[in-house]
Design a protein around this ligand. Structure first.
Ligand SMILES: NC(=O)c1ccc[n+]([C@@H]2O[C@H](COP(=O)([O-])OP(=O)(O)OC[C@H]3O[C@@H](n4cnc5c(N)ncnc54)[C@H](OP(=O)(O)O)[C@@H]3O)[C@@H](O)[C@H]2O)c1
Length: 333
């Protein structure tokens, strides 16, 4: 059997795997360059080619982008067997089903040693908060539990100072079993009050990232990283490099909109989990703001899977094809 493929061609109804054109007539498969131009491929050749490039997939059970999967007929998220997931995740052993489908892709980065996951909860009209919003609850219980699962899997959670001040979050894992990650705030001017709940003692590391020259008022056990800034902006790639230097490998960028947008614009996210709640807010903070584009053709078009989380819907966006490797020269902020 022969079939053609182009950037959007889904190779077979069964495997659901696609190639992407990455310029120069080259083709990329799961983030790796595999072919020098458009081809007709035999199915067996396709599998051999994919495996030769280290992509391990099982055509019978893989779910891939543009696929939609549900935990059950009603979208109810299962509770069983979660307790063993955080430890298995960290030790790089396989995760028990059904958690493997959603979380195994977060175990290892495709681009470098880091796995940087953005997460945002938004309304149907793309708002993450009302106009004056403080500690707004946008998502339903299953959407919130998903956020806590992500926290339980990463080494550190990162927020911007806007969120730290508006919401005063604890950034702990409370809805599911799992360890608390380190808590990090990007606060270029050192505005975080020492009373912030994310600074509370409790075993997890706490870190504040400022611009060089800022002097935050901190308890001695709170760590401080001072990084170069241009017009008050620290390149997200510099933040990642500094955090990698502190031993963090898996990072959850938890918002708010400004922080997430800067990481997205700087091509510093491997994955973006957008959890959409079935509500329309109509005004308020948009989930992401990027530079103006002239045409929809220029939009970021990640590989996306969707998954029902109770009443919410998770869009799991794979951004690894555009992720800037750690240490690459600065291109955007
Ligand atoms: N629905 C959700 O999932 C969700 C999640 C989190 C937050 N929120 C909501 O989002 C709102 C806050 O979002 P926000 O966009 O206003 O604030 P934010 O993203 O939390 O913080 C933005 C600020 O953080 C600092 N910052 C972040 N990245 C930086 C970088 N690369 N370099 C230098 N400084 C950096 C800057 O501080 P300076 O201003 O000092 O320059 C920036 O203005 C709140 O209403 C909160 O409730 C919603």
């Amino acid at each position: 059997m022969l079939w053609p493929f182009d950037g959007s061609y889904n190779v077979a109804a069964g495997p659901g795997v696609s190639f992407d054109r990455i310029g120069g007539g080259r083709w990329c498969f799961a983030g790796r360059i595999v072919l020098g131009g458009p081809f007709l491929l035999r199915r067996r050749t396709f599998y051999r080619c994919a495996r030769a490039h280290g992509f391990d997939f099982n055509p019978d059970r893989r779910i891939d982008h543009l696929d939609c999967f549900a935990w059950s007929d009603h979208g109810a998220v299962p509770a069983e067997s979660w307790a063993e997931v955080p430890a298995a995740f960290r030790s790089h052993t396989s995760l028990p089903p059904p958690w493997d489908a959603l979380f195994a892709p977060l175990q290892t980065g495709k681009v470098d040693e880091l796995m940087v996951i953005g997460q945002i909860g938004q309304s149907l009209d793309g708002r993450i908060a009302t106009v004056g919003g403080h500690r707004e609850i946008i998502n339903g219980p299953d959407g919130i539990a998903h956020l806590h699962r992500l926290r339980a899997l990463v080494d550190a959670v990162v927020i911007g100072i806007g969120t730290a001040i508006a919401d005063d979050p604890q950034l702990t894992v409370r809805q599911v079993a799992g360890p608390n990650p380190a808590r990090i705030v990007i606060d270029p001017r050192g505005r975080l009050p020492p009373s912030a709940r994310m600074l509370a003692a409790g075993g997890a590391r706490r870190l504040i990232v400022t611009a060089e020259g800022a002097i935050p008022s901190l308890a001695p056990e709170v760590e401080h990283l001072a990084l170069p800034a241009a017009a008050g902006r620290i390149d997200p790639a510099d933040i990642l490099a500094a955090l990698a230097g502190q031993g963090f490998r898996r990072l959850l960028i938890e918002g708010g909109a400004e922080t997430l947008s800067r990481f997205l614009a700087a091509r510093c996210l491997d994955r973006l989990h957008i959890v959409v709640a079935p509500i329309i807010i109509g005004s308020g903070r948009a989930s992401c703001t990027l530079a103006t584009i002239a045409h929809a053709d220029d939009a970021i078009r990640p590989h996306v899977r969707s998954c029902q989380l109770g009443m919410d819907v998770l869009f799991d966006c794979d951004l690894s094809l555009q992720r800037r490797p750690l240490g690459e020269a600065k291109k955007s902020m």
